[in-house]
Design a protein around this ligand. Sequence first.
Ligand SMILES: [Zn+2]
Length: 463
Amino acid sequence: MKKKLLAGLFFIFCFSLSVFAQEKIDYQMMQRIRQEGMQNSKIAELMSYLCDVYAPRLAGSPQYRDAGKWVVNKLKEYGLENPKMEPWGTWGRGWELKKFYAAMTAPQYMPLIAYPKAWTGGLNGTIKGNAVLMDIKKEEDLAAFKGKIKGAIILSKGEQEVALGMEADGRRESDDDLKKMTLAADGSGRRNFTPELIAQMRAQRELQIKVTKFLKDEGAFVILEPSRGTDGTIFVQSGGEYKKGSIEAMPQIVVAAEQYNRLVRIAQKNIPVSLELELQSRFDDSDSLGYNIVAEIPGTDKKLKDEIVMLGGHFDTWHAGTGATDNSSGTAIAMEAVRILKTLGVKPRRTIRIALWDAEEEGLIGSREYVRNHFFDRDKKETKPEYDKLAAYFNYDNGSGKIRGIYTQGNFEVMPIFEQWLKPFNDLGASTVTLRNTGGTDHQSFDGVGLPGFQFIQDPLEY
Ligand SMILES: [Zn+2]
């Protein structure tokens, strides 16, 4: 049910953008939209296609493009105008995992919960060897390993702390949490990046680069590292470069922290840890362009039809999961929203444009380049024709949690408007309008050039 709500909620925004101020909100239409969303939801089916069939969708990969074609067809089927995969510029290389297996074979057998990092190289056949523990704290520590790690399997860190799970994986924001959120001051507990912390992070990063270079120069085969997360859950991102012509990074494998720690503790007792690995990855240079997916429901008002209301979220995922939370959920919400509008034969005054972004995970690249191509080129300080036509962009990238309200990114003027729009959804738990900023996803590509880009407040459910 909560998923249906996500989709239903969008409409109030698109509708009311066209009716606020001059006209009353069309509550009758809103009721029909809500009914279609609640009683005839296609969210579960969309999610199954996006997560089970067309996943993962690493930026630049053949899987990303195949999934994009499926979405374009689906949007065509819904009756949207001009659905397409729109190139935003040059991406670089695709990458995909073809085969992977890792296990400890002595002193006991244990298959590993592990996954290679993206854009890293593979191994030649099955390799076997004893793990070498290299817990490097400073550059000088490397000397002890010189000439000793050729063909080695490296445990690159010491034991990783595994937090005791004292909190539920998911929770609903309480009235109190939401109330605090409406206060402008940031009480989010977000990390305060002091100059000391930044310096510390930078030093850590530099050491990491030196260690990686040392391992490569010395001819080590593969690097193992512990994942953050608990209960066998692993988080894997990139370990190499996706730019065309870049040097292939050596194999790097992320292992569930509990298992990784077991390897370390055995090695620390000077008992040999034997490992067996097989890893085939493939770089794909068949198409170096990056693509966003866009489609429209044209506006019908003579004066306003050139204005645009946008909705969307990123379509790319990391390679080690199915992207259910991040961000197939946001994709499904946006697709379901436009499906409902078309099903009900709605005639919006402004044009509604859905956009599903490429390469968010590598730094909001797809949306940023879209903004550059359509609205504003930051480098050239050049305004594009659509800049003045964009009414708002609404982004979804906070997982499957129920929508509880919206962040206004410090936009004071829009607060009463959003409050009015949310009123009919208060009974479903969506009522909070906060001045606060939220970051880390594609609405920032808009917000960053002065365009109204917004992201919703959602319950933090197992993100
Ligand atoms: Zn995301």
